[in-house]
Design a protein. Structure first.
Length: 191
């Protein structure tokens, strides 16, 4: 897990590559959602991981929680109850709200993943992963931006044949789209 100022993250990633780390969760914000300078930082991060097998969740995310294994790699309080639904969200704030609600209502999850800006791991990757996870019976997604639409649709078509996938898409009105895009960095890319 990387939780430091955005400008320091690329050097930490470079150190992780040298150390043989297999996966990274970048909690830090300040990347493409902040504009051109942040987008350059993301490109620098990817330049260090190119040609390696390292996968990255984030940046600008809450992290990953696995009630099955007892791992809470987030900055959220508490652990989700064990259940059979994987919850994936671009919004860390929504993850914490759902987590608080689920504990009160005694609803469990197989995993909680805050995907953030999707510099590497995307919807398709996680749908494929949870589609093959025997401890997950359904996938719930809170989506602000699609990202790699081809990967998302390909994975969703295949997995939906055996497991339900529920997608809650934010940004359907002009105001909501602007708010969601500014959070995920899509606003900068739109111009």
């Amino acid at each position: 897990m990387i939780c430091t100022a955005a400008k320091v993250v690329p050097s930490v990633v470079k150190e992780c590559v040298a150390a043989g780390v297999k996966g990274l969760i970048i909690i830090s914000a300040g990347f493409k959602e902040m504009g051109e300078a942040g987008e350059k930082l993301e490109k620098e991060i990817l330049s260090y991981t190119r040609g390696t097998s390292i996968r990255i969740i984030g940046p600008n995310c809450l992290g990953v929680m696995s009630p099955v294994s007892g791992v809470n790699a987030t900055f959220g309080k508490g652990m989700a109850l064990l259940g059979k639904v994987a919850f994936i969200s671009q919004s860390g704030a929504l993850c914490t709200a759902i987590l608080d609600w689920s504990i009160t209502e005694q609803i469990g999850f197989s995993a909680f993943v805050s995907i953030g800006s999707m510099v590497d791991v995307n919807w398709g990757d996680l749908i494929d992963y949870f589609g093959n996870d025997p401890r997950t019976d359904a996938i719930v997604i809170y989506m602000e931006s699609v990202g790699d639409a081809r990967a998302f649709l390909s994975a969703a078509r295949e997995v939906a044949m055996t497991k339900p996938i529920i997608v809650i898409k934010a940004g359907r009105t002009a105001a909501a789209a602007k708010a969601a895009a500014s959070h995920t960095g899509a606003l900068y890319r739109l111009g």
